[in-house]
Design a protein around this ligand. Structure first.
Ligand SMILES: [Fe+2]
Length: 240
């Protein structure tokens, strides 16, 4: 199966959905500092993904890339340390159940640069769920939106922007792991995007964040219509 994300959501809809889930986190009692840092993260990922798409010579749609950046972590609507459901799974189910089944894979693919995933790199996954995800990913063909979001997500950690090297080091120290099985794949991913579109993504990201102006699309947020409850969408392929 090939992921296909184009024309599945408008930029405005994605913004509305992102605002809704951030508000839900506030209602659910998450710490405001954590929600704020997460909000900065998703807007930064969206901005980086949009920036790469704008430099893709018209191959990638900047609005699609931006929307996927906003939604890739929607599974964090619930605290995975409490639910014990990894945010990739929560997000996949959430988008599938709320009318966006075609966008659901982005919640999972952004966390799996390599499909040959090792359980040791994903300590929050229960073995049965890990096996299910591995099987699901092996049948899925990533497209460049999956890869761009994976890359943008590597450049952004919390409210920080960092090089791929620094991000990998942070991941290792966070999980107390000496070597990540996907380390080389992370560099290969960056080089793939760089070579395919003729851009230096590390430099592009550095330039983008030299000036914080424009990090938040305030006018777009201001023009948001009042939030409406989402229509429930039945989806049978739910992950256990
Ligand atoms: Fe993320």
């Amino acid at each position: 199966m090939q992921t296909d994300y184009e024309n599945k959501i408008s930029r405005q809809e994605a913004l509305k959905l992102a605002c809704y889930y951030l508000q839900e986190r506030i209602r659910n009692g998450s710490h405001l500092k954590i929600i704020f840092e997460h909000a900065v993260h998703i807007f930064n990922v969206a901005k980086i993904a949009e920036g790469i798409a704008k430099n893709s010579n018209g191959i990638l749609n900047p609005d699609t890339a931006y929307s996927l950046g906003l939604l890739h972590d929607i599974g964090r609507i619930k605290d995975e340390t409490v639910t014990k459901v990894p945010h990739g799974i929560e997000g996949f189910n959430y988008l599938a159940e709320h009318g966006y089944p075609d966008l659901a894979p982005i919640c999972l693919t952004h966390g799996f640069i390599s499909k040959d995933i090792q359980k040791s790199d994903y300590p929050t996954y229960r073995p049965k769920l890990f096996k299910q995800v591995k099987e699901y990913l092996s049948d899925l063909q990533y497209n460049d939106y999956d890869r761009v979001i994976q890359l943008a997500d590597l450049f952004s950690r919390g409210k920080q922007i960092m090089s791929i090297h620094d991000r990998l080091e942070k991941n290792k120290s966070f999980y107390h792991i000496k070597k990540l099985s996907y380390e080389q794949q992370a560099y290969d991913l960056r080089d793939y995007i760089n070579n395919k579109y003729g851009i230096d993504t590390e430099q592009l990201v550095q330039n983008m964040f030299k000036q914080p102006v424009g990090m938040y699309p305030t006018s777009e947020l201001r023009n948001q219509p009042k939030l409406q409850p989402f229509k429930f969408y039945r989806f049978d392929g739910r992950f256990a």
